[in-house]
Design a protein around this ligand. Sequence first.
Ligand code: C2O
Ligand code: CU
Length: 483
Amino acid sequence: MTHRPATPPISRRTLLLAGGAGLAATALHWGGAVRAEPAMRKYALKPMPAMANIVGAEHPDTAIWGYNGIAPGPELRLRQNEILEVAVENGIDQPTTLHWHGIRLPNAMDGVPGVTQDAIAPGGRFTYRFAVPDAGTYWYHPHLGASEQIGRGLYGPLIVEEPEPIRVDRELVWLLDDWRLGRDAQILDGFDDLHDKTHGGRIGNTLTLNGKLTESVPVRAGERLRLRLINVANGRLFSLDFQGHNPQIIALDGHPVTPHAPQGGRLTLGPGMRADIVLDLQGKPGERFEVIDRFYPQFVYRFVTLAYSDDAPLRDSPLDAPILLAANNLPVPDLADAQQESLLFGGGMMSQMASARLDGRTVDMREMLRHGIAWTMNGEAHAADASHHHPTLFKVKQGRTCRLKMTNDTAWYHPIHLHGHVFRVISRNGQPVKDDAFLDSVLLAPRETAEIAFVADNPGRWMLHCHVLEHQSAGMMGLIEVG
Ligand code: C2O
Ligand code: CU
């Protein structure tokens, strides 16, 4: 029998990497480590074509693209400050990359083709390796041809555990998606079509929880759940109403917040956004409660049902344990000494926009659409996804706080996502926002203005874009430069 150590031995590679990543470079004592080296978690991900049953056994399987052949892809789970290593082999017939949505990582690992790396060609390989500084709920997805690649199923959860998690009975990760399927249960083509680009993105007709149309989720009376919700849809917003329950939001976009009930009793998530909630199951054995999605008033539907088992309640009153998570160590914006920037989003259907600057020329909306562009930033239109020559919106000196005022001069919702950083929302429509959330995405309602502030502490060129994937490819994407 071979001797298997309880913990994996520290490899030379881990040591080198730890030094390179600027992690605690304290002396290591090989006999009995005084200070534990951050562990490295290794995974392999291969985006590839596969078959999956999405709509149920009475329907045919669906041809999808999935990481390691499944959608969602495998759950990547590690502890705060550990190192994630993911070896990627591209098994689809398009170039791809992987982006680690919400993780504050070194620029070279951010997975943006033409900016932080070359795209991974079909059959090609790339290894990502970085430390995860913040606990929370994140996800991974391609950053190239995203409408089609994410739309066909390429996405997965990335969970970073707190050193001391809160006490719950069970934790569930829910990836919320919609698929556009034909009657044969196959994915309909037409990714990035002009209608979707100029309206609310590619909205699907089949709603799934973790890649399956799901009738119900079994629960037990009295138990406390932690739900990690991730909106991985191309364009759909969700606004979940947990009927008969009192969810408490404990984290947004991965980062802890003062626990609170969702506004108006509905938890709203735009594409890319996450929320962690604590749910105490206060119903009785055998009861059923619907989780209703109310985002689109013309299309209110039952997303899933919480189905209580007949088991006796686990406890009579809710678990008496704190639900406040320990804060991540995040840089706090210095509003008194900040660089001011502003961004005006225009375009789309039902806007008054008559003309814009496209690569230096003044063009009308029709001409923009001929180039696949539907949106402008500060009056400029850019053929972003095709060329990867994203415009540099502005530069910030490393360490400086940036206040960015974003105005949505369109008739559509836009979840605006910033890479490599976290920000606070400091005002909406001129009214101060007084919460303690650190976010990587802010949802702009039609005609809404929001001001965000962040410390530009992570050097490199970082994407700022709408996470409605068909808006992103139609011009709602640019770069900011920190350095
Ligand atoms: Cu999840 Cu640039 O995005
Ligand atoms: Cu948008």
